[in-house]
Design a protein around this ligand. Sequence first.
Ligand SMILES: NC(=O)c1ccc[n+]([C@@H]2O[C@H](COP(=O)([O-])OP(=O)(O)OC[C@H]3O[C@@H](n4cnc5c(N)ncnc54)[C@H](OP(=O)(O)O)[C@@H]3O)[C@@H](O)[C@H]2O)c1
Length: 252
Amino acid sequence: MKTITFIGNGNMALSIAQGLKKSYAIEVVGRDMDKLQEFEDALGISIQKHLLEGFDMSGKSIILCVKPANVEEISRQLQGQAKIIYSVLAGTSIAKIKAHLDTNAVVRAMPNLAASVSKSMTTLTGDTAFKDEAIELLGAIGETRWLANEKEIDIATALAGSGPAYLALMAEALADGAVKQGLKRDDAMAIMRGLFSGFGELIQTTHPALLKDGVMSPGGTTAAGYSALEEGNVRSACINAIEKAYQKAVQL
Ligand SMILES: NC(=O)c1ccc[n+]([C@@H]2O[C@H](COP(=O)([O-])OP(=O)(O)OC[C@H]3O[C@@H](n4cnc5c(N)ncnc54)[C@H](OP(=O)(O)O)[C@@H]3O)[C@@H](O)[C@H]2O)c1
């Protein structure tokens, strides 16, 4: 069984390790033995636990799961040249990782919030020699998509990374609208959740425009509601949201 080494023992490391624990031996490197023990307990299998100070990365395949601001600090504690670092750090370029950490290759991965339920939409880019392995590893927490370069991963961050917040706004607002018209809050929330669940399945196989056409009958209720969304510039607001989030990702 191949070994995969996590540096960092937080939420993202645990989500990915949950997906990999059946097919890989898991090694975790952190700064606190008690937290490493909690990680092992949460994972429910035996893992190798190491402290960061003096840890030797030589020849290892590493999934880097600390916070972006921790890179310089951990670089002072690690030794040896890694075979490959898969970095999930938001807004942290391959050049920055290579400047601080000794590694033969780097692949960036951008998961999203749904990693905790193994439904992440994770984008990947970096050293193409590790493309297949990256897709296999990050596939443990959901879907993956390999992108051509870091500009594209920054755009994808604006879409899939921030996307759960945009959809949460829509979800809450639609339920609020139903409450405003007199539906009980519990009923509105349950119906909104069912709506998103069914829509999540449909959008996998049907173009959005065809979904909309399929439900919008002439002069009907959907047409009335849909035109209100257009009057509210929802389409334009969504396009602007991606632009602003992308610009912010570039600045980070
Ligand atoms: N969560 C998401 O949905 C998501 C999505 C995309 C990308 N990411 C990226 O995933 C990475 C990890 O996020 P997370 O949600 O797993 O965060 P987290 O749960 O807060 O875990 C952060 C990890 O970094 C360690 N750490 C913090 N300060 C450190 C230091 N000074 N030196 C060494 N280690 C330090 C923590 O150690 P202790 O346990 O000892 O504090 C912990 O193991 C981040 O870079 C984030 O950008 C997360």
